[in-house]
Design a protein around this ligand. Sequence first.
Ligand code: SAM
Length: 234
Amino acid sequence: MCQITIDPIAIIHTPFKEKFAIPRQPGLASEAKGHIVFRADYSSADFVRGLDQFSHIWLMFQFHQTAKPSHPPLVRPPRLGGNKKIGVFASRSTHRPNNLGMSVVKLDSVTLKDNAVSLLVSGVDLLDGTPIIDIKPYIPYSDAIPEAMAGYAQQAPRAHLHVQFEESAKSQLIEQKTKHTDLELLIRQVLAQDPRPAYHQQKTSDRVYGVSLYDLNIQWRVEDDQCIVTNISG
Ligand code: SAM
C-alpha cells in the first residue's frame, strides 16, 4: 500500500493549553475561539478567495498530542461512561489510525494583513497548536442530515453543571476583563459540560480541579450539580 505524506497547511491557536476540559465536539462552547494562521506557502489571499461567503467550515486536523503509538480496534467513548467498548471506526476517538480529526466550526472572519492570511473561528474543540491539514466550506444541503441516526451520540451532551464564582474569583475575572473579554462565558461553557472523568462524576468529593485556559489556571470544585470556581490565576 502506498504511503501518504501530509503537510499541515496551518496551525490553530486556541485557549486550550491542555487536553483536559476541551469540549468533546465543536459547537459545545461557542466562546471557544480559534485563530488559524496559514503556513507561508498557503498564506495568500487566493487560497481563501470566496471562503468568506460561508458561515461554517470544516477543519481537518491531526490529533498531534495523542499519546499512544498503537491503535487498538476498540475504544471507550466518554459518552458511554468510559467503560463500554466500541469499534474505533464507530467513534470520534482521538486514538485512531492516522490520528485524523474533523470539526465544523463557525467562521467569524477572514483577514489579510501584511500579506498573511488568518481566520477567526469559534466553537472549537482543539488543543492550542493543533496542525490543520485541510479546510473546506460546510455545505448544509449535503453536510446537514436532520434525520440522521447517531447511536449513542444522538443528543448533544447535557451541560448540567451550574457554574458559580466565589467572590475572590469574581474579582480575578474583573482583573482579566481587558485581556480576555470572553473569559467568564468561556469558563461557564467549558465547566458546565463537566469535564471530570466519568468515574469521578459518580462520587462526592471536595477535590479541586484545575485547567489551563489561555495563560490562566482556573480552579474549581463540584458540589452536587454546582461547579464553584475558586481561583483564577496567571
Ligand atoms: N471533532 C473532532 C472529531 O470528531 O474528529 C474531535 C473530537 S475529539 C473526541 C475531541 C477531543 O480531542 C477534545 O476534547 C480534546 O480532548 C482532544 N484533542 C483536541 N485537540 C487535540 C490534539 N491536537 N491532540 C490530541 N487530542 C486533541
